[in-house]
Design a protein around this ligand. Sequence first.
Ligand SMILES: [Zn+2]
Length: 217
Amino acid sequence: MLNYEQQEKWSKIVPNWQSPINIETVHTIEISAKEKILTFDNKYQFINIVNKGNNLQYDGKGKAIIEGRTFDFKQLHFHFPAEHTIDEKSHPMELHFVHQNIIGQIAVVALFVELGEFSEELNSFFQDFPAIESEKEPFSATLGLDSLISSLKSGVYHYLGSLTTPPLVKNVEWWVIEKPITVSAQQLDKLKQRFNHGNAREIQPTNERSVIHYVLV
Ligand SMILES: [Zn+2]
């Protein structure tokens, strides 16, 4: 029975659902979705770029409809190498599109990046940016995330986790796109040469969490 007299001890009872995780595909719950689970309205408009020292944060505006709920797009950042793994397979990079709804719930759409063809859509984000930490610069770009993700014809993994940087806020919805997008080696190197020391959190225990695999996005 939950003891309301000793609420400080609840943290030992409540599972510590943190991110990132290794997604074990044999243990995912497969659901065939008749309609798209994730849609992204119009194009995301980017307005600022902030140098966070070990990351770049691209602030912008946009709307996502996630399982019928509206979320505002807040910012994009990245991790070298990718933070999530699928059956322990790693990718060179992972993009995090951070969204928040009107009551503060956070939903992150994670997109893996691998080496391959040049990406026209993402080229604005793979540039040399100001190197001064904490500096905010105007940054103007648009991104048609809906067509970009639709073109991958990918499934999506969904689970409940946390932010992967302090304050490690819990109850963050994760939507991990199964198939990676590609960028050229030249594009990847533009960012990687600055962040080659890595900025990925270690894999966290999945514990008793369920991971859903939606087959159609
Ligand atoms: Zn992140």
